[in-house]
Design a protein around this ligand. Structure first.
Ligand SMILES: C[S@@+](CC[C@H](N)C(=O)[O-])C[C@H]1O[C@@H](n2cnc3c(N)ncnc32)[C@H](O)[C@@H]1O
Length: 247
């Protein structure tokens, strides 16, 4: 099995050009403003492309990620000094401190099995009463993994030509899809195979998991423009806002 895509320095170097700022980040920023969130943790912050843009007057921003190749880019980016960066996972979330905890870029799907349960407990502890967790997750009914097989293609990147291909499994009994990618940086003379494991969870499963951790599912959207999620297979995305009860 290959390493995770995030652990490779060259893949980390092209992460931002493959995953630029867009409507998802606009949504997270708008929500933070609407909540007047004073303390925000971005869990699985990656290269910090969203994290640094959450900064504002009187706001405290914390970015947490377990992968050094990603977090070192985050700390070095313009605006990076305005964020507290932490190498690790949910155990590093400050307790009873956060108005908002964000997991952007499908981070929730990267957190598998028991680690998901533990992370939700840490998140609940980390929120102030009335605080909010927000994240997106792919709707398993839309069977998005069927479009993830990709034949070999060469494209230009900031670090030269990249030949890449991908194969994706069917979900296992726990909804986990394994995606194996071959990445050959032709000009850099660097080839690496990466493995991503992503867990698809239904709306019902997410509702149950959140409740078990002490959070209440609140609003669920099917896109970044806040169209309500109705639970049909045509909806690829669930954007989930969960609240820690005030009492
Ligand atoms: C697709 S990237 C998203 C990065 C960033 N949130 C964004 O929107 O650009 C997924 C990130 O999740 C992180 N990650 C993987 N497992 C994690 C875990 N158990 N807890 C927190 N973050 C995790 C990875 O290191 C990676 O940086």
């Amino acid at each position: 099995m290959g390493i995770s895509a995030y652990e490779d320095d060259l893949l980390a170097a092209i992460y931002d050009e493959d995953n630029p700022d867009g409507p998802d980040h606009d949504y997270f920023r708008a929500l933070a403003d609407e909540l007047s969130a004073a303390t925000i943790t971005d869990l699985g912050c990656g290269t910090g492309i969203l994290t640094v843009t959450l900064s504002g007057a009187g706001r405290r921003i914390i970015g947490i990620d377990p992968v050094a190749a990603m977090l070192s880019r985050a700390a070095a980016r313009p605006g990076g000094t305005g964020v507290e960066w932490r190498l690790g996972m949910s155990e590093l979330i400050d307790r009873d401190a956060n108005d908002l905890i964000i997991m952007s870029g499908n981070v929730a799907m990267h957190i598998l099995g028991n680690e998901w349960t533990t992370s939700l407990v840490d998140i609940t502890r980390g929120l102030r009463p009335g605080g909010r967790l927000v994240f997106e997750s792919r709707n398993p009914q839309a069977r998005g993994w069927t479009a993830w097989n990709a034949p070999a293609e060469v494209r230009q990147t900031a670090v030269g030509r990249l030949r890449e291909s991908a194969t994706a499994s069917q979900p296992d009994g726990n909804g986990i899809v394994t995606m194996v990618c071959s990445n050959d940086f032709i000009d850099a003379g660097h080839a690496v195979e990466t493995t991503l494991r992503l867990q698809f969870r239904s709306h019902e499963t997410l509702t149950r998991d959140l409740e078990a951790a002490g959070l209440q599912m609140d609003r669920v959207w099917s896109d970044w423009q806040r169209t309500p999620f109705t639970g049909t297979a045509a909806e690829q995305l669930m954007v989930i806002e969960a609240v820690k009860p005030a009492t």
